[in-house]
Design a protein around this ligand. Structure first.
Ligand code: HEM
Length: 519
């Protein structure tokens, strides 16, 4: 029964130009979401796309189907070999690599470090890092600008600042990336994803996609090849392990001698949880090192790029900056200090963050493979190529599915007819019961960004708090706008979606904004 093939050829799909590459060139070479928005408008929230050599794959944005795959039937759906192997190569055999019961063991140990109280406790560390970044921006304005304003590549700064924030909050280490301290670990992780996987050519798309059919042992042979991207992965793996080992040993020693002032960073909590776990639940040293490297990668460019898109949206909408500033003043008065409870009372600021997450999901398209035959339910029937309504889709073991998080976050059936509009007010309407979200999917506010269920993002609270703090600090110090006659900002596909400039794609991630000191 397991290997019985069930065709999905009866499901409608977009036109294909290339038998060899299928729909991948459109998907990877256009701006994030561009194809999916057009496809889902025409074909519904689930449709068939072509992989290499005519292979049929499903693209899924339907909330009930997503809930099924990530929650109800999560044990049926696996991270494909290519995903696991690449993860193993650059971050090791940690939680993002682990599968099934093994994954549950990793997650049980890591969960306590990412709870509500623990994440809220990180706020002062984010505050300190955000303050430092604003201080650097002020220096740039007074030295390189006209004393009042200057053009600053905020994407680069936010990338460095979020790396420093992870260093402090997750490991209790000062990377000093913003101060250009030559930290080898930070340097090797800095903008890793963009350089290793960014902006694929047709040849690169073919190479990446064909490797989805390789068994794990082929990756182990290939990873020894001399190539720039692989070289970078090796460098990162080596540096990551070196520092992780040193750090874990230090934390264990502190616990062993019962150090009074036990650190409250994520890694200390993790080592602590591991020491008190039963033997069969414990993580070994290699796994602990891999968790540290996972957190570095998972928590750095995701938050940094989302913050860059927040500033991008706000630079187009000065009235939103004003409204956030008013909210800061009305909540805090003249005080420079604040508590987490005060941040949470800034409903409009939080609404802006949620709306940017919805419109600009930096993790836009994970993919999974069926371990067993499964039947995927849909919240709204789609129409087959011969005109019949379909409300469930049977699939065979080995069926690949692409999760359209960009598509889900803009689905009109979930968010309303204005799903494509950037409208922070929608979140206030939802809060006041004047608007509904028609979906049960998503660990945070029904957004697709952090998915949900067994492999949902562990760091979502951490990320949201980090964004709250950075946004408050930036808006109360600066007003900002797009440069006059600046190039159009493009949402580039890469490991994590990043802002790049039209005509300067080869330069990689950048977002120059005119930052002006507030009076
Ligand atoms: C805006 C910021 C972030 C976004 C959009 C994001 C998104 C995601 C997504 C979509 C996944 C699931 C990937 C998959 O397996 O399909 C994930 C997993 C994960 N994220 Fe995040 N993330 C963010 C920030 C963070 C931060 C700040 C941390 C840590 C400090 C973090 C730690 C993790 C970990 C450990 C996992 C693996 C969970 C597991 O496999 O059980 N993330 N994230």
């Amino acid at each position: 029964r397991r290997w019985k093939y069930v065709s999905i050829a009866y499901i409608q799909g977009p036109h294909v130009d290339s038998f060899i590459l299928g729909n991948f060139p459109e998907y990877f070479q256009n701006e994030v979401g561009q194809c999916e928005f057009e496809w889902q408008e025409r074909l519904g929230a689930v449709y068939r796309i072509k992989g290499l050599f005519g292979e049929d794959r499903l693209m899924i944005a339907d909330p009930k189907a997503l809930q099924h795959v990530y929650q109800t039937a999560s044990t049926q759906w696996l991270k494909p070999t290519i995903r696991r192997e690449i993860t193993r190569m650059y971050i090791g055999r940690g939680i993002a690599w682990a599968e099934g019961e093994d994954h549950r063991r990793h997650r049980r140990i890591m969960m306590p470090a990412f709870g509500n109280i623990e994440s809220r406790g990180m706020m002062p560390l984010f505050r300190e890092t955000a303050d430092r970044m604003c201080g650097h921006w002020k220096d740039i304005i007074s030295t390189l600008g006209d004393g009042k304003s200057a053009s600053i590549d905020v994407a680069d700064w936010l990338s460095r600042a979020t790396l420093d924030a992870i260093g402090e909050a997750a490991f209790g280490i000062q990377f000093g990336t913003m101060e250009n301290k030559d930290d080898k670990l930070a340097r090797s992780y800095y903008s890793l994803l963009m350089q290793a996987f960014g902006l694929p050519t047709r040849v690169k798309i073919f190479a990446q996609q064909i490797s989805a059919y390789f068994p794990a042992w082929v990756f182990r042979l290939l990873e020894r090849l001399p190539s720039r991207s692989l070289e970078r992965l090796r460098e990162v793996a080596y540096e990551g392990n070196r520092v992780a080992e040193e750090l874990v040993q230090r934390k264990m020693e502190a616990l062993r001698i019962g150090s009074e002032a036990l650190d409250k960073d994520v890694m200390s909590l993790l080592v602590e949880a591991n020491l008190s776990a039963t033997p069969e639940n414990k993580l070994n040293n290699e796994e602990l090192y891999a968790q540290m490297r996972t957190i570095l990668v998972a928590g750095h460019e995701t938050s940094g790029n989302t913050l860059a898109f927040i500033l991008y949206e706000l630079s187009k909408n000065p009235s939103i900056q004003t409204r956030i500033l008013e909210e800061i003043h009305s909540t805090l008065g003249v005080s420079q200090e604040y508590t987490m409870a005060q941040l949470d009372r800034m409903h409009y600021t939080l609404a802006v963050i949620k709306e940017v997450l919805r419109v600009h999901p930096v993790v836009y398209g994970p993919f999974l493979v069926a371990k067993e035959p499964d039947v995927i339910p849909l919240s709204k029937p789609i129409i087959s190529i011969d005109g019949k309504p379909i409300s469930t889709i049977p699939v065979s073991a080995g069926q690949y599915i692409h999760i359209s998080l960009a598509g889900y976050n803009r689905l009109k059936d979930v968010w309303g007819e204005d799903a494509h509009e950037f409208l922070p007010e929608r979140w206030l309407e939802i809060e006041e019961g004047r608007r509904e979200i028609h979906s049960l999917f998503g660990v945070y506010s029904n957004l697709g960004n952090f998915v949900s269920g067994a492999i949902s993002c562990l760091g979502w609270r951490f990320a949201v708090i980090e964004m709250q703090v950075f946004l408050v600090e930036i808006v109360r110090n600066f007003q900002f706008s797009l440069p006059p006659n600046g190039k159009r900002v493009i949402r580039a596909t890469s490991g994590v979606m990043a802002p790049v400039l039209e005509g300067e794609v080869e330069k990689g991630k950048q977002l120059p904004l005119v930052m002006e000191l507030r009076d």
